[in-house]
Design a protein around this ligand. Structure first.
Ligand SMILES: O=P(O)(O)OC[C@H]1O[C@H](O[C@H]2O[C@H](CO)[C@@H](O)[C@H](O)[C@H]2O)[C@H](O)[C@@H](O)[C@@H]1O
Length: 277
């Protein structure tokens, strides 16, 4: 293998790890963007590939998202009794007890909820009065202003005004995503949450796919030689690898299933596994 492995080489190596964590973002990775956030649908086959990975020995799977837990469960169709962990609200919510416990210090307090209620109302008034074309999304720990599909000037004005409103609310974190401005009272981040899950399962290699600025927290925390960080789409990134789009992400997951199945079959036949675990 060359000093800087190609993505194929890195995946081949990670697939042979004793304990592999596969974690993926939702919007812009598993699911292409839609104007209506509730219409985002995973690329066909991707959730089944996650299920196939989770069924293989020594593989742990997580979907990591800015969505809240209830919405993420509904959009992925991943049931509570399935062995796939959901990490939602950028790490503030999770189906994993270990992740919840690790993120306790960042959990939303009663005071945060009061702050969020006032903020929701101020954002609603702003959009009603000045930006009726912008959309609003309410999440457990955040309110989100949506501008997908709007003219650039209209979108920029809505985002700038929402930022100004946020400044009037101390303790509110502002996250600029793709055609969204998220105003959150949670101080969790995807990097802390997903690495907590990796520690809990004893991952010896971690694969993470993400497309947005909030995924950079995960990319920056996954810097062991065995880690495979993959940025989906354009934009600056701390990830080691890049692929084009959600279709390429779907192919990568299928490739990972095949590679891990091959390693598992090799072990059953008594072949020596790769020495990276
Ligand atoms: O962490 P993610 O899973 O990537 O979630 C980030 C945000 O995704 C959603 O917004 C994005 O997808 C929408 C549906 O396709 C699209 O309309 C919007 O323009 C995108 O930014 C979601 O609505 C946000 O709450 C998430 O934080």
């Amino acid at each position: 293998m060359s000093e800087t492995p190609t993505l194929d080489e890195a995946l081949e190596s990670a697939a042979g790890a004793t304990t592999l964590l596969v974690a993926t973002d939702f919007d812009g990775v598993l699911a292409p963007f839609e104007k209506n956030p509730l219409e985002a649908t995973p690329v066909p086959g991707t959730v089944d590939d996650l299920r196939a990975l989770a069924a293989l020995p020594g593989v742990h799977v997580a979907v990591v998202s800015g969505r809240d837990l209830e919405t993420l469960r509904a959009l992925t169709g991943i049931r509570e009794d399935e062995p796939i962990v959901l990490i939602a609200s950028h790490g503030a919510e999770s189906s994993s007890e270990a992740v919840r416990s690790a993120m306790e210090a960042a959990s939303v307090t009663a005071e945060d909820e009061e702050r969020l209620a006032v903020l929701r109302e101020d954002i609603r008034i702003l959009l009603d009065d000045r930006h009726p074309q912008a959309g609003i999304e309410h999440k457990a720990a955040a309110v989100v202003v949506h501008t997908r599909g709007l003219d650039r000037e209209v979108a920029d004005a809505a985002i700038a005004d929402a930022r100004r409103v946020a400044l009037e609310h101390p303790g509110v974190k502002v996250l600029k995503g793709k055609s969204v401005l998220e105003l959150s009272v949670s101080h969790a981040d995807k990097g802390s949450a997903v690495t907590a899950y990796g520690r809990d399962v004893g991952a010896t290699a971690r694969v993470y796919l993400g497309d947005d600025v909030t995924d950079e927290d995960a990319f920056m925390r996954m810097t062991r030689p065995e880690d495979v960080t993959v940025k989906v789409g354009s934009g600056s990134t701390a990830a080691r690898h890049r692929i084009d789009d959600e279709e390429a992400a779907a192919k990568l997951l299928t490739q990972l299933v095949r590679l891990r199945e091959a390693h598992a079959a090799g072990e059953v036949r008594g072949e020596t596994s790769r020495p990276n675990g």
